[in-house]
Ligand binder design. Structure first.
Ligand code: ZN
Length: 408
């Protein structure tokens, strides 16, 4: 808790569409602090890369460390560009007794039991929120605090046996630039976990398979005063295309394992209009079907607007990490056992998004995601709790021991 409260005070908001990594220099303030603390905790090979990624190694304490795979633990330092992370004033609601939580600096910001039924399981806990003017930064400073406290605990309790651990804290997860600079080989782990998930017990070994489509409508612009019979206004074709989206296949009408298509940005102009569309599904066959749907819609709109030239371009964003992780069932099994031993009921939750771990998984480092205890990421209603932080930390400590037990 003390560590967490210290880390959230440091503004590490990342920024979209930057050409550098990290996208904001201020993330280095936390990176350098963590490097210093890692050194003080006795970890080895501590370094901050030119991209602001912090790496360290916790040496194993077994007679033969080589029998246990090097396990990696990764959290991200940046907070979402969506809401300010400057001057975060954490508020501790001690010994929570139920009911809605009104944030002190903005009474319109209310964490309601209605929308957050998890609160019912948090009676007696110390709940941590922001003051209503910023996000909290539990995403993902909870993960960082848990990993740092695990390292501290292992250092102080040499009777806890563990193999070699690889540690990394990354910038720019929220704007998905940081992980591209990750040195998988130098990291040295055989398997890893991102500690970046939600409520206690949530373990994820699945992400979307994701593509992005760009549909371009090419018309013909001319002076409107002399446009008769000449002008071809591309935006009408775009409007027709947009009308064809099935209403039951959108982010606002789907949940759980059901995928979607999501037109999310575009430009309208007489000469050239364009639309960007996210395609998301857990199964590649479902994703293919969505791509076919978008292409069929192009054919239909094209037939109606023969003078507009319509093209569609689809690119792959990332694939469901389950395609790889299905061959490493022990990673999820060990994490579930670690949670159980901490008194937490584990459950598998497919992520309706991508993770840095998904990318690492396809680069040869299998990396499922573990819970942090946090809720309401990327907003002013974000919260976590003392129990959330402590159970997450305990789970990590159990996990490194389970890897020793399972590799006798
Ligand atoms: Zn996160």
């Amino acid at each position: 808790m003390d560590r967490f409260l210290r880390y959230v005070k440091i503004d590490t908001q990342s920024q979209e569409d930057q050409t550098t990594v990290p996208s904001t220099r201020k993330q280095l303030n936390l990176a350098n602090l963590l490097a210093k603390e890692l050194t003080a905790l006795g970890t080895q090979n501590v370094r901050v890369s030119e991209f602001g990624i912090v790496y360290a190694t916790v040496p194993g304490n077994l007679p033969d460390n080589s029998r246990v795979p090097v396990v990696g633990f990764i959290s991200h330092m940046d907070t979402s560009p969506a809401v300010s992370g400057a001057n975060v004033m954490a508020v501790i609601h001690k010994n929570y007794q139920g009911g809605d939580i009104v944030l002190p600096k903005d009474p319109t910001q209310v964490i309601s039991v209605d929308k957050n039924p998890i609160l019912k399981e948090m009676i007696g806990d110390d709940i941590i929120t922001a003051d209503g003017t910023t996000l909290l930064g539990s995403d993902d400073k909870s993960g960082i605090a848990a990993i740092m406290t695990m390292i501290d605990t292992l250092g102080q309790n040499p009777e806890i046996k563990h193999g070699t651990l690889a540690i990394a804290f990354t910038p720019d997860e929220e704007v998905s630039g940081g992980i591209e600079k990750f040195d998988v080989k130098g990291f040295g782990a055989k398997v890893a976990y991102t500690v970046d998930g939600g409520e206690l017990g949530e373990i994820s070994n699945e992400t979307w398979s994701a593509r992005t489509a760009t549909v371009t409508f090419q018309g013909k612009s001319t002076h409107p005063g002399s446009a008769n019979g000449i002008m071809v206004n591309a935006m009408y074709a775009l409007a027709d295309y947009l009308e064809r989206f099935p209403h039951d296949m959108l982010p606002e009408t789907t949940e759980k394992r059901v995928g979607f298509v999501h037109p999310y940005a575009g430009t309208i102009d007489v000469e050239t209009s364009s639309l960007k569309i996210l395609l998301r599904d857990f199964d590649l066959s479902g994703l293919d079907a969505k791509e076919k749907l978008l292409r069929d819609m192009v054919t239909q709109t094209q037939a109606k607007f023969p003078e507009v030239k319509i093209t569609i371009d689809v690119k792959e964003d990332y694939k469901n990490m389950k395609e790889v992780l299905k061959d490493f069932p022990q990673l999820t099994d060990n994490a579930m056992e670690a949670a159980r031993r901490a008194g937490v009921k584990p459950f598998l939750n497919p992520i309706r998004g991508g993770t840095d771990g998904a990318r690492l998984t396809f680069e040869g480092l299998p990396t499922p995601d573990l819970f942090t205890g946090g809720s309401n990421f990327h907003g002013k209603l974000e919260f976590n709790s003392r129990r959330g932080l402590e159970k997450t930390t305990q789970t990590l400590i159990n996990l490194v021991q389970i890897f020793v037990e399972k590799n006798p």
